[in-house]
Design a binder for this molecule. Sequence first.
Ligand code: XMP
Length: 326
Amino acid sequence: TWTPGNVIAEQVEAIRAQVGQDRVICGLSGGVDSSVAAALVHRAVGDQLTCVFVDHGLLRAGEAEQVEKDFVAATGVNLKVVDASQTFLDALKGVTDPETKRKIIGREFIRAFEHAAREIVAEAGDGAGDVKYLVQGTLYPDVVESGGGEGAANIKSHHNVGGLPEDLQFELVEPLRTLFKDEVRAVGLELGVPEQIVWRQPFPGPGLGIRIIGEVTAGRLEILRAADAIAREELSKAGLDRDIWQCPVVLLADVRSVGVQGDGRTYGHPVVLRPVSSEDAMTADWSRVPYDVLATISTRITNAVPEINRVVLDVTSKPPATIEWE
Ligand code: XMP
């Protein structure tokens, strides 16, 4: 029978068998998947694990701080924080194609992990050898949607599955590979991962990079970050966090429309609100968020973010649309 306890016992054994006495790193994103994967590996091999948090500059407001505060405080894992935002921005310069963005971001993640791994070994100076393993919070739906499952089509190369280089210097540890999201949450709770993390809505690894339709720039990230923070705050305030699977806010950076503010004409950008309800992200429906909540979000965003003069709602299910716009 399936219980979180059984999964943990099984995986702890499998992880120990795979890893032995070697060093392991885990890319921590602050999300439920990587946090639960890290907690599982930590349970299995303790301080052989170092978590690496790569700030790729594509994060939402307050996210980096949350990883440090919530997760490390609760689990006591070793954490290394890497600020790689400029590197990612440089690598994404001029890129507009969604799959190219994902591949670049995946590649830069791996480079950042490799760099961090060398530093971890140097800092430890204990002769215990190189980092051999990289933990990934890959779930079953990621495997299927990246074409890893039998007969599955390659729909999007989720960076933690499809974007890995051929010459990867790490072996992968993927303890969540057979699980669905709700199962991961149950395992996380059993492991003592904090509720704010276990119930955090999904956020894609490539972050705001795939929510800017068009080239990713520092200025556009700032605009989207401001709008996203307002939408999240209002949805939380309305008590909708657990009803909504997630609500991407998407900046149509290459689209402009005419508006009016005060006495003046504006020519700004639209953002799209994409609230969805789902069980496992394989299919989704658009969430019927109350009109007054949508109105508040729209008013607040257009008041606070001068570059945005229009807020639109995405009312498409998945399929035919995907949840993210890229
Ligand atoms: P889609 O857009 O494919 O999204 O309907 C399904 C779920 O996966 C998330 N997502 C990603 N997660 N790397 C990730 O780690 C990615 O490249 C990626 N693309 C989409 C998305 O937020 C949704 O929860």
